[in-house]
Structures are given as C-alpha cells and as structure tokens.
Write a protein of this length. Sequence first.
Length: 529
Amino acid sequence: MRADPGGSARPPRALGAACGIVAAFAGLAVAEPVAAVVRPEASPVTAVGAVAVDLTPQPVREWAIAVFGTADKAVLTVGILAVLAAVAAGAGLLAVRRPPAGIAVAGGFGLLGAAAALGRPQGSWQDALPSLAGGLAAAGALALLAAAARRPRPARAPAGGAWALNRRGFGRLVLGVLAVSSAAGLAGRRLGAHGSAGATASRAGLVLPPPAVPAPPVPAGADLRVPGLPSFLTSARDFYRVDTALVVPRTDAGSWRLRIHGEGVARPLSLGLGELLARPLVQHDITLCCVSNEVGGPYAGNARWLGVPLADLLREAGVRPPSRGGPADQLVARSIDGMTLGTPVETVMDGRAALLAVGMNGEPLPFAHGFPVRMVVPGLYGYVSACKWLTELRLTTFAAYDAYWVRRGWARQAPVKTQSRIDTPRPYAALRPGRVAVAGVAWAQHRGIRRVEVRVDGGPWQQARLGAADGVDTWRQWVWPWEASAGPHMLEVRATDGTGAVQTEVRSGTVPDGATGLHRVRVQVRALG
C-alpha cells in the first residue's frame, strides 16, 4: 500500500478482486428468486450455458461427451462460474481505480445474460428479468464495495492504523453484502423448490392406467445373467441421459398440454395428460441409442415403455404419410425448453411401435427422462425421434425446416446402425488362462439381431450364443466361451441384423449419422505361477 500526500491509499489488488467476486455472488444470488418466479431455465448461468452449448463447435461437443460423459453439463456450469469469477475479479480491480468502468462491466454481464435468455427458442421478455436484476444487484454491490475500499485514510493517522479501522469497516460491509445475498439466494432456492413441488407432487400422485395391450413377459433366457453384463431391462437410474438441458424441466402434469398442427392436419388437436391417458395405452420393450455413442460406448439402454401409439393420434388429426399423398414428410417435435427434433412422417406411420410414452418400467417417466410425455420411436437415433418434455408436434417438410441438430451438421435421416459391444472382459483386464466368458449386447432396432460372432487376434469368426429375442426392437445379449492362453490378446465382435446385413468393419465417427466399426478390447492373460 502506497500513501499519497493527501493521506489516501490505493487498495491492495486482492481487495479489488474480492470486491468483484463478492459483487458477482450478490448478482447471482439476487437473480435466483426472480428466476424461480419466471422459470428456472431463465437464470443467468443456465441461459448463458445454453448459448454456450449452442455455439460450441461440434468436435468440441463430441469431445466433451466422450471425456465427461453425462457429467458434461456439470463441467460446463463449473466452467461458466470460473470464467465469471475471473471477469468479476477483473471488474473489481477496475472499479477501485476507475469506478464507472468497473461498475459498467458488472452491469454488462447482466445484459449479456438477458440477451442469452431472450435468444433461446422459447425466450420471452420475462426471461430477461433474472439477468437484469442480477446485473443491477452486482453493479450496486460493486459500487458500494469499491467506494469503501477506496475511502481515504485520515492524513495524520499512524501508518497502517487508520487503514486497519477502514479494513474492519470494509469487512463488515462485505459480511453484510454476503449475508443479504445469501438470504436472497436461499429464498430463491426455496421458492424454486416450492415451484417444482407441484410438479413433483403431480408425478408422485399420477396413477398410470393398465395397458390395453400389455407387453408380453421378457422371454426366459433373454437375460443371460453373465457377470459384467448389464441387465436386460435398464433401470431409469442407469439409463443414459444425453441432452442440452442444463436444468431438467419440471412440468406440472395438470398444466401440461400437447398441440398437434401443421401441414396436412385436417383436425388440429390439443390434449392434456388426462385426455391422453384416457386413450388405449400400449406397452413395448424398446432399446434407445444416442447418435453420440461411439463404437462400444455406453449410450444405449433398454426399457419397457407405456404410451399412446403416435400413428393413431396423427391419423385422428387427419395426417397421411407421403406414400399416401400427405403433404408433410417431417414431424417436428418441440420440447418444453425449445429443443426441436425432426422425424420422418413415413417412419412413424409405417406400423412400428412409435409411442408418445408416459411410463417407463412400470412407473411414470422420471423428470430426467421426459416427464410427463416423451416420444419413443424404435429404429431411429434419439436426436431425430426421442423428444423429451414434449409439448408440440408440427407437420412440415424437410425442405422447409431444419431441426436443432440438423442445423448443426447432423443428418436429417438417422436410422440406427447395427452395433455390438463387448461388456466383459473390460479393456486391459488382467485374466487367468482358461475359460473366459466373453459377453455383451448387440442391437439393430426394428431389424433385430440374427447372429453375433467373436474373434481373437484377427483369427476366424466364432459364433456366440444369443440370449432369447424379445422382438426386433430390443438389444440381445450374447456370450462366447473363450479358452484363453497366456499373453496379450485382441477381442473383436460383430453382429448380423435380421435382414442378413453384417455389421461393417469400416470405422467412422459419430457425425453426421452415427458411428460404425467393430468394438475391440485388448486384454492380458497372465500365466499362473
């Protein structure tokens, strides 16, 4: 600290940085209750994060999914907060030297959050309010803190003594700002929890009607029960989740509605959940797979879904597929958070078990998997078929409209490719010589799996034993007994689908329409003794 002739002092750098960080905390905290009233997706961090997801180049997005998996959203949130803290510290340093400039930076972040919220697909002027309130709070807090930090010391005060008095006053001010901010943040959390409590209660109180067409029991032998294999039916807890929602939407079942409209819709429909549940429900076992799934990756799961046949609803609305003269070839599904997915009309009306699902494994959909209603279409990757938190179905054409992922370089048409995976042994496992169960799953939804083969070190293909088939829309487990000899080995697997087509060995990445290639696992067999 350097004294000047007038007895003032320039605050230490750390003090300026602390001013900025405390002010940023105040801004985020004040934004919480406003976002709770508007909607959680409008909070500044969530709004900016959503824009960051939209602007992230596809290779970087795929790298994040591959490296961080389903924790990618948490990593993004932490990254945004880290950047915000760094900018806030810089704004604080600027504010104790040039107050108007530093305060403008603090308020500018509020404007940035407001612009991000307004730019979202479902954005409205109310969505800008949390960021604007947060920006004003941050600017006001920084003005107070910077003024206190810059307060001059009496000219005759002993060196360090008067600053110690100012420091105590400054500390009390910081504690006061933190206390008020924490109270605002806590109020926002409680208000948000109260707002989502209705949705939580509506799900807890929802009793799903029994299906008019129940799924048959899972065939005996479908689950091979080999250690290391996933169970044949995937629990909701273990089912993969890949989407762009930083905050899982929570919608009250009583207020949810679905609108069906667009080209070729002779009778537009608007349905509430009660009206949907009053229709005959059907149950199907269907495997879903994400297009971001690398060869051998974990983003596939198999569940028992309950719902209304989508084709029946479309026919009720007067929709005809293109093969029967219908003008629309694309069904655009819109989520509550504004996400859009485009599905071929011909596909959802060709007789497959395309559903508006309301249940998963005997219970209402979990919030993370689309409560109250989502789409499930076997045979298509999720980004063109599995819209969660569904609120609108619009009939249009592929020529007239590109859905969210298509605008980002993914293919319009995305049938699931034949895939197989080795689940056990794991890569680089250390094994003992002798018999080893090599096992995994294979899928080719809506075509089924006819055969799975395994080979070791590039040798001849050996046919594996398949688990019992549960229709053509689910994966099949497989197992092959291997007499392992000492040394390093490479295991490979390939599948043949129900049409007789063999899984390709050509390796390609996930973009634009799903990965191809054979899953390979290296292991080490160690000799005894």
